[in-house]
Design a protein around this ligand. Structure first.
Ligand SMILES: Cc1cc2nc3c(=O)[nH]c(=O)nc-3n(C[C@H](O)[C@H](O)[C@H](O)COP(=O)(O)OP(=O)(O)OC[C@H]3O[C@@H](n4cnc5c(N)ncnc54)[C@H](O)[C@@H]3O)c2cc1C
Length: 306
């Protein structure tokens, strides 16, 4: 039997209604449990016109994928969906009590945090407005569409060297690594082997060239024309909820991620997490897969309490 009793009481509240959250909620709905999904509507890929690599959905508008997911989820009678933001959470012996930005309150026996991350971009003029179009985070997501010409990689963190070595499979690569980014001999040798050119003069700005190409303007006045610039970003949690609830975090290569076990359980009893918020390796498919696990194990923790 469901633990739900009062109308605003749910078996599970899923915070975040994108790839991870909708996937989690689907499992809980199919287990005939009451699930509330609260979503603030700011998915990480909202800057991209198309999403790639998600099986059966390749090339679609990102919002179209989640809209279908939401519509299919809402066909289940035990599902409630709120366009709102969870702003506070309290853990008690009676479960979790959440406060939404609208002032509404909701409570549940279990929580799934699928709140995603935000990307902090370098403050180079012209770069931010191109994010998701010609400033890209991942070659598997968007490399195919820009392949075959000159591609840039902006050195922002140690992993940028790996990114440059990898992106060389999609085109001729220029690695923009100024003096603030130290490259050792082994890295220089590996980059040379992959044909990566290193540009050590700082990048001043990014502007539009002709025929869909972009221009990287260097501090000495030279310009480099390319079709896309790959940038590894620093990420931070989109929501403070995990921290508020006392969940432990691990340091990922790009930023903190909520610590979860193989069942997507966080270090706080009853709280599960999935998607980019809880994974150093991120894409829509992995977020969805993590959401499925979180939903399944949140349900099992209700059905078979230890
Ligand atoms: C520019 C760009 C393009 C990308 N392209 C691709 C691609 O082509 N293919 C691919 O596989 N991956 C792509 N990705 C990666 C992909 O977007 C993420 O891996 C995926 O969105 C993660 O899903 P998620 O559900 O974990 O988080 P998100 O999709 O980021 O969703 C989190 C949701 O939680 C909500 N939320 C956060 N806090 C709260 C709160 N307190 N209360 C209520 N709601 C809250 C947010 O508003 C958001 O709607 C791209 C990423 C970027 C940055």
């Amino acid at each position: 039997m469901s633990v739900a009793a009062a109308p605003n009481r749910h078996d599970v509240i899923v915070v975040g209604g994108s790839f991870a959250g909708l996937s989690a909620a689907m499992q809980i709905a199919r287990a005939r449990r009451r699930v509330l999904v609260v979503d603030a509507g700011r998915p990480r890929n909202r800057f991209a016109a198309h999403s790639h690599g998600f099986l059966g959905q390749d090339g679609r508008i990102p919002q179209a994928i989640t809209r279908i997911g939401r519509e299919q989820l809402l066909a289940y009678p035990t599902v409630t969906f709120e366009h709102d933001e969870v702003v506070a959470a309290q853990s008690t012996d009676a479960g979790f009590f959440l406060t939404l930005a609208s002032g509404a309150r909701a409570h549940a026996a279990r929580l799934v945090l699928a709140t995603g991350v935000e990307d902090d971009l370098p403050t180079i003029p012209g770069l931010g407005e191109r994010w998701g179009r010609t400033v890209l985070h991942c070659p598997y997501c968007h490399g195919y569409e820009v392949a075959g010409s000159t591609l840039g990689v902006l050195a922002t963190m140690p992993g940028s060297v790996h990114q440059a070595l990898l992106v060389a499979d999609w085109g001729e690569v220029v690695l923009f690594a100024d003096a603030s980014f130290a490259l050792d001999d082994a890295q220089r040798s590996a980059l040379a082997t992959r044909g990566v050119r290193i540009e050590a003069v700082p990048v001043l700005a990014m502007t539009t060239a002709v025929d869909g190409y972009e221009t990287i303007v260097l501090a000495d006045g030279r310009e480099v024309t390319l079709s896309a610039l790959f940038v590894a970003t620093r990420t931070r949690p989109s929501s403070a909820l995990a921290e508020l609830l006392g969940c432990a975090f691990d340091d990922g290569p790009q930023g903190p991620v909520i610590r979860v076990d193989a069942k997507q359980a966080t270090t706080v009893a009853g709280v599960f997490a999935a998607g980019d918020a809880a994974s150093a390796m991120s894409n829509a498919t992995l977020a969805s897969a993590g959401g499925v696990l979180a939903g399944v194990f949140a349900h099992q923790s209700l059905a078979i309490p230890v």
